[in-house]
Structures are given as C-alpha cells and as structure tokens.
Design a protein around this ligand. Structure first.
Ligand code: PCP
Length: 390
C-alpha cells in the first residue's frame, strides 16, 4: 500500500528525531526525569491551528496542557502551547507535536493573508494536489480556519463536514473536444444548486470563449480564467477585456481567477476579480518555525540562551498583546492529567476557530486604518507582514 506512517507510530513516538531516542535512553539510564514547563513559541506571527491533533497526541500522557484556542493570531515570542509534566512523558513526541502545529499554522496564516488581501472578495483553497494526498483534510481544515471561503478537496466533506466546491477541469472539455458541448453537459448533468462557473481558456482566447459561453448557454454564473503562464502576458488587461465584452452583452457574471495566484496578485486584481482560486500559495505555505523549549524545571525558571525563562502568558486587548510572567491570560487548560477538557474540545472546534480568525482579520484591518503610522511597543499587527496587503 502507500507509504504512510501508522497512526500509532505517531502516538508512540516512533515518528521522532533520533536524538530523542538517545535522550530518552540516557535520562532513563541516569534516573533523570524532571518536572518541567515547556513552551511552544515562534519568531514569527501566524494563525494558530493544528491543536486538534496535538490533543490526540498528548491524550493519555500524564501532562497538563494549556493553549490558545485555534484560530488565534499569535505574535513573535508568544507561547501558543504550554506543556507541564515530567519530561519523559512527552520528550519524544516533540517532533510530531511541532509538525502538527508548524504545518497547520503555516497554512492557516497563508489562508488568512490571502483572505486579508482579497478584502471583500472570495478566496478558494485549490491546492491539495500540490501536497501528499493523506494531508488533504489537514490542509483544507487549516485553510478553512485561516478564513478561505471554500475548499476544493472533496474529502473535506467526509473528514471535516465542510462542503467542497469546484466545477470543471480542462480535461472535461478536452474529453468532449468542444467547450460548448462540455459546458452544456455540465449544465445538463450537475445539480442546479451548483454554480455554473465555466472554464474559458481551453482552446481559444479567454474573450472569445467567454462570449461563446454567455451567448449560448442557458445559465452562466461565472467564468474561470486559468490561463496558462505561457499565454498570460498582462492578465489584468485580459480580464478587463473580458469584463468589457460581457458588459456590452448585458452579462454580469463572476470572474474567477486561478493558476499560480499569490498574495500580491490578489491585492493587484481584487478590484476586477470576484473569486481567487489559490493553490500552492496556501497548500504549500511555509511552515511556522515553532520550537519547544523548557522554561521551568522543578519550579525554577530556566532557559537556553535566546529564550526567556519562566512560565509566560499573554494579556490580549483587541489585537494588542503583552507577554507577562505567570499563567492564565488567553491560554486555556486543554488537557488535564492526560484528559482532553471541555475547553480543549471548544478550542479545537473548526467553525469557532474560523470565526475567531475572521474576527481578528476585521480587527487587524481596523487597527491599521486607525493607527497606520502609530508606533507601539506592544505586540501588535505591526509584527505581521499584513500591512502591505491592505
Ligand atoms: C489547477 C487548478 C488551479 C490550480 C491547479 C491551482 O490547475 O485548475 O487553477 O494551483 P496553483 O495556485 O498552485 O497554480 P491545473 O493543474 O492546470 O488543472 P486543470 O487544467 O485540470 O484545471
């Protein structure tokens, strides 16, 4: 079968870095197993997700875990997750713990940036084909939490309960050998509740195919331009030309743009495009560089150089944060002595997480509008790279 790890191999720490195997062996041999507080922090900002899998990873271990709810924005240096317990309870799980959070939060951050850049326009996650298929639900979940308006992978329905979206690939049109026949077949066969978004770049110029569609089809809700890069030239001019021709014919349909779309493309084209289909930029987003560090040992503050010792929490006021010594703040107790708490379940509810990140998006935008040039020493949206996507 496919090359995939068994779920138990993740849970049991087989999927780990070799140095943890030695660390565990040495500490056991020497009878050293201190009670520690370990924090997960990053030098970057992001949108926190992946906690759902971390809860499963640490469930049943003798640890208490505190975390931000999924969908929270985090700024550089802020603990997103805190584990308390004897070190050997979770030492070799660090690799998977970080993997869950780095991967997922990186995708959520990219989805957040794409949606932020789109302002009121829509963003769809189109990129699961760029990653290992076993990760498709993970990618779509993270993208959904980050704020995309729809996901294209069908498995999202089974694994996440999110309705997937999409209409037609070029292959459908090539199978018919005639775009009009293919579009008509789509209209004939596919449920009426599905928007009629026709792909208009298979054989001819986008303008000719768009005209062909609106002049011959019963219903066109939108047209999708997925123009190959070899033909792209000035994509803005192409879209404007298409819109002009459609307007001349009294047709106002949604303009969907996909294929190699990045954040800057979105800000540049959001005034004329209604829906962006984003693949690689979201699905293959750079992971967040989370690290796990021991900050307390047997009740005493400790830390490697470059890290702040002692347990910390975050006091959040809107989108402005202060990192302070101590507990509580915005962190919730998500695991108590190995058991996932009610708060833990709530903190990983996908819809609640998405609402939180979308609320944050509105607040960040408002923050920039009000205080665009005001410097603040607090952790704030200034720590993000969102300003240039305004
Ligand atoms: C795919 C799809 C989207 C692309 C991927 C998004 O294109 O149509 O436009 O991914 P990206 O942002 O990484 O480019 P194709 O593989 O050309 O698929 P098809 O021809 O079947 O539409």
């Amino acid at each position: 079968m496919f090359l995939l790890t068994e779920k138990d191999d993740i849970k049991d720490g087989i999927v780990t870095d070799k140095y943890f195997i030695w660390t565990e062996k040495i500490l056991r041999y020497k009878g050293i197993n201190p009670y520690v507080v370990a924090e997960v922090t990053s030098r970057e900002w992001g949108i926190f997700s992946g906690l759902n899998d971390v809860l499963k990873l640490l469930e049943g271990k003798k640890v208490d875990v505190y975390a931000m709810p999924e969908g929270s924005i985090f700024y550089p240096g802020e603990p997103v997750l805190i584990v308390e317990g004897n070190y050997l309870e979770f030492a070799k799980l660090e690799t998977s713990l970080l993997g869950f959070l780095c991967h997922s939060s990186g995708i959520s951050r990219a989805a957040f940036k794409a949606k932020f850049a789109a302002k009121g326009k829509s963003v769809l996650s189109f990129g699961t084909r760029r990653q290992h298929p076993a990760l498709a639900p993970v990618i779509e979940r993270a993208a959904w939490i980050g704020g995309v308006d729809g996901v294209s992978n069908y498995s999202a329905e089974k694994y996440l309960g999110i309705k997937s979206v999409g209409t037609m690939p070029h292959s459908l049109i090539v199978c018919f050998g005639d775009q009009l026949e293919a579009w008509r077949a789509f209209d004939e066969v596919v449920d009426d509740s599905v928007p009629r978004i026709v792909l208009v770049d298979t054989y001819c110029d986008e303008k000719s195919e768009a005209i062909l569609a609106v002049e011959n089809l019963r219903r066109v809700d939108g047209i999708r331009l997925d123009t190959p890069s070899s033909r792209r030239g000035d994509i803005r001019a192409i879209i404007e030309e298409v819109i002009w021709e459609l307007k001349l014919r009294g047709k106002e349909v949604k303009i969907v743009l996909s294929g190699g779309i990045g954040f800057e493309d979105i800000t540049r084209l959001r005034d004329i495009v209604d829906i962006f289909g984003v693949g690689t930029a979201i699905a293959c987003a750079k992971p967040v560089d989370f690290a796990l560090d021991i900050v307390e040992k047997e009740g005493k503050a400790v830390a490697k150089r470059g890290k702040l010792g002692g347990r910390k929490t975050i006091i959040r006021d809107g989108v402005i944060d202060r990192i302070v010594p101590g507990r509580d703040g915005i962190h919730l107790k998500v695991i108590e002595e190995g058991e996932i708490t009610e708060k833990g379940l709530k903190a990983t509810k996908i819809e609640t997480a998405r609402e939180l990140s979308l609320k944050t998006m509105r607040e960040v935008r408002k923050f920039f509008e009000k205080t665009i040039e005001v410097e603040t020493f607090a952790k704030s949206p200034h720590d993000t790279d969102l300003k240039h996507l305004l």
